[in-house]
Ligand binder design. Structure first.
Ligand code: SF4
Length: 346
C-alpha cells in the first residue's frame, strides 16, 4: 500500500548510499538520487533519467516523494503572491512572496495552524494540527523561488519564518530545512538572508544561541509591559518579559547579533508614551532594531491600527534613544497575505 512506503526525503545522503549498497548497487547512486531530490527538487522517480528503469522502479516500490502542491496561487495588486500549499495528507498551509525593488522575500509556514493564541492573529484560530517536515518547509521556499524567477526575473533573495506557526515550537525541523536551504546540495542561500521570527520562547532562544545558528532572529514583541502583552499574547503569562529578556541577553552574549523586534501599534492597546518608554527600556541591553508593522485587521475588528500621531511618537522616541526603527507598510492585504492574516481563507 502507498502509505506504507517511506518518505525518501527523510533519509540522509548516507542512508541513501547505504540503501543502494544493501540492494547490491553502487553507493554513488545514493548521491545521484540525493541530488535529484534536493538540488533539482524532483517530484517523481520517473524524471531521474540518469538512473536505469529498473532502479527507478525499485525506488518507486520502496519510497514516496511527499512533494507539496501549490493548490491556489493568488496575486495581489501590489505584486505580492500567496500560495495555498497542499501537503501529502491534504492539510493546507500558506506561504507568501513579497517583492520590492531590491529583493524578493519568501514568508514561509512552519506548522499547520498554531499552538499559541495571539489574539490579533488569524492563524491562532486554526488549532495546531501538526508540525511541518523539513522537506515541506523546503518545498515552500523552492515554489516561491520558482515564482520569483518566473514573475520577477530574479531569484529569491530572503526568507522569513513568519507564516503559520511558531517556528521555535518546531525547532528541529526548521533547523533541518534551513540546513538544506543553505547547503550547496540545496539552494546554497546565505543564512544571513534568513530570519526566524518567534513570539519569544525563552528556552529555545537559549538553545539557538548554544547551537550557534547563523541566521537572524526576530522577536514579535508588541508590548514591553507584561499585563498588556499577556492580554494580547496569553502565553506571555508563562514566558514572561523578564525571562524573554534574559534569554535574549544570553543570545546576544553568544552571537553579538543585533536583535530585531517586530511591533504593531494598536489603537487603545499600546499607543501611549508609557508603552514606548517601556519598549525603549526593554531594548537597552543589546543593539536593537524595531520594525513597526502596519496592522491588517482580521474579521472582527477588535484590533485597530493606531493613529499616525502614535506611530510618529514611537519613531521619534526610539530615534532619540538611538534605537534603529523602520515603519513597514503591509503587503498583499487584498488577498489576506499580510502579517497575521494567514488562515487558509482562499
Ligand atoms: S502570531 Fe505567530 S505565534 Fe502568534 S498565533 Fe499567530 S502564528 Fe502563532
Amino acid at each position: 500500500m502507498e502509505t506504507k512506503k517511506k518518505d525518501i526525503r527523510a533519509l540522509t545522503r548516507e542512508q541513501l548510499r547505504d540503501f543502494f549498497v544493501q540492494n547490491e548497487d553502487k553507493a554513488f547512486r545514493g548521491n545521484q538520487v540525493y541530488e535529484w531530490l534536493w538540488q533539482k527538487s524532483a517530484h517523481s522517480f520517473e524524471v531521474m533519467t540518469n538512473l536505469s528503469k529498473e532502479t527507478r522502479e525499485m525506488l518507486e516500490a520502496n519510497f514516496v516523494i511527499n512533494h507539496i502542491k501549490v493548490d491556489v496561487m493568488q496575486r495581489s495588486t501590489d505584486g505580492t503572491i500567496k500560495n495555498a500549499v497542499r501537503l501529502h495528507d491534504d492539510l493546507v498551509v500558506e506561504s507568501v512572496l513579497i517583492p520590492t525593488n531590491t529583493r524578493t522575500t519568501a514568508c514561509v509556514s512552519s506548522q499547520v495552524g498554531c499552538s499559541l493564541d495571539c489574539k490579533f492573529c488569524a492563524t491562532s484560530r486554526l488549532k495546531r494540527m501538526r508540525n511541518l517536515n523539513p522537506d515541506e518547509i523546503y518545498d515552500q521556499v523552492v515554489a516561491i523561488d520558482n515564482e520569483s524567477r518566473l514573475y520577477f526575473d530574479r531569484p529569491l533573495s530572503n526568507i522569513v519564518f513568519m507564516g503559520m506557526g511558531e517556528p521555535l515550537m518546531n525547532y528541529n525541523n526548521v533547523l533541518k530545512a534551513i540546513d538544506k536551504i543553505t547547503s550547496k546540495e540545496g539552494l546554497g542561500m546565505s543564512p544571513k538572508r534568513i530570519t526566524v521570527s518567534t513570539s519569544g520562547v525563552p528556552k529555545m532562544i537559549r538553545k539557538m544561541a548554544d547551537d550557534q545558528v547563523k541566521f537572524n532572529l526576530a522577536v514579535s514583541l508588541h508590548s514591553a509591559i507584561d499585563t498588556i502583552r499577556t492580554s494580547i499574547m496569553p502565553f506571555n503569562a508563562t514566558f514572561t518579559l523578564v525571562d524573554l529578556r534574559e534569554a535574549l541577553a544570553y543570545w546576544y552574549s553568544k552571537t553579538k547579533s543585533r536583535i530585531t523586534y517586530e511591533y504593531v501599534v494598536w489603537k487603545d492597546i499600546n499607543d501611549t508614551q508609557k508603552d514606548v518608554d517601556a519598549l525603549v527600556d526593554f531594548c537597552r541591553f543589546a543593539p536593537s532594531k524595531v520594525n513597526l508593522i502596519e496592522y491588517n485587521p482580521i474579521d472582527d475588528g477588535e484590533f485597530q491600527q493606531a493613529s499616525n500621531k502614535a506611530i510618529d511618537m514611537y519613531v521619534n522616541t526610539l530615534e532619540r534613544s538611538r534605537i534603529v526603527v523602520t515603519v513597514r507598510r503591509s503587503r498583499g492585504k487584498d488577498i489576506d497575505a499580510a502579517c497575521g492574516q494567514l488562515a487558509n481563507k482562499a
